[in-house]
Design a protein around this ligand. Structure first.
Ligand SMILES: [Ca+2]
Length: 150
């Protein structure tokens, strides 16, 4: 039996049952760890499902300094739709700002990730999730980008 105080390390490659396997998602999928994070992001696993080992939230600070920049590379310029991945919850912001290649839209994180687009995008672009003006927790778990074929 394990002592209560003992910390159990999960073996490398172990997948938590509530986690999303990025290999099963369509398109290009970045995890939060692939982003360049600025400010005060806090790791959590309290809500599920989530991608990879965890997700991050901003502590509901709407401090305007906490943001994450996902640099996305796609095979060719074209039309893509994308969504920010996060476990939805009632305490999330309903107006989280997401800036894609310079254009800002607001997403409702109380509900599961809605697709944004299709957008005409270059081979490399940035998806920034910030917390300026947010009215609840801003949460990042990953970004999914899917080509829109005619
Ligand atoms: Ca994640």
């Amino acid at each position: 039996m394990l002592d209560d105080k003992q910390i159990v390390e999960l073996p490398a490659g172990f997948k938590r049952p509530e986690g999303i396997d990025r290999g099963k998602l369509e398109g290009i999928v970045l995890d939060d760890k692939d982003a360049t994070m600025h400010g005060d992001w806090r790791a959590s696993r309290a809500s599920s499902p989530f991608l990879g080992p965890e997700y991050f939230h901003d502590g509901n600070t709407h401090d305007r300094k906490t943001r994450a920049d996902f640099t996305v590379g796609v095979p060719k310029a074209g039309r893509y739709r994308l969504r920010v991945l996060y476990p939805a919850h009632e305490n999330r912001a309903s107006n989280t700002p997401v800036t894609i290649n310079g254009t800002t839209v607001r997403i409702n994180q109380k509900k599961a990730g809605e697709w944004i687009g299709p957008l005409q995008l270059p081979r490399s672009f940035t998806v920034t999730v910030g917390n300026e003006g947010a009215n609840g927790y801003v949460v990042i778990d990953g970004v999914q980008v899917v080509e829109v074929k005619r």
